[in-house]
Design a protein around this ligand. Sequence first.
Ligand code: HEM
Length: 170
Amino acid sequence: MASSGANAETPQLNPVMEPLSWMLGTWLSDPPGDGTFPTMKPFQYLEEVHISHVGQPMLNFSFNAFHPDTRKPMHRECGFIRLKPDTNKVAFISAQNTGLVEVEEGEVNGQELSIASHSIARISFAKKPHVEQITRKFRLNSDGKLEQTVSMATTTQPMTQHLHITYKKV
Ligand code: HEM
């Protein structure tokens, strides 16, 4: 669990975040994730995920991908997940090492979270092609594994799956 700084005690989960408590924990890809897109050769990747809280009405997350053979760091992103109190409306706020900053919004229904990009910003020298839309689905499966699927549309390709990965809790 992330430190809450001056407050050394482990904080209680804010009740607002209870509908997303199934996402909390440290997760490791198992098996390696699958990357796809019409413009690229399929690839595999490892990913370490930390989803934590400090008692605020939000979750903190980091997703850190690694090359499966060399373990070289690859894609990284971190941010926050917020829930509109008394609703199932979720906002996912992420900064990525590729120079992309995005807000996705959607809904949590049981142990499934479906979100789609609401706004995307990028640095002026971001690599092309640019992403125009992103959708993600997170689900806690009956075997206790967390699953993430990411699709995207770019300036050259329509909405297509880019990532599919399952994680075990460690
Ligand atoms: C390529 C976006 C996450 C690995 C790309 C491209 C885009 C993109 C726009 C270029 C596509 C093209 O050339 O047509 C994203 C977004 C992500 C994401 C928006 C998260 C929401 C990841 C993750 C990995 C990854 C987690 C895991 C390692 C790659 C690789 C390529 C690629 C290996 C091809 C080589 C390259 O262009 O760097 N991604 N990506 N991506 N992505 Fe992702």
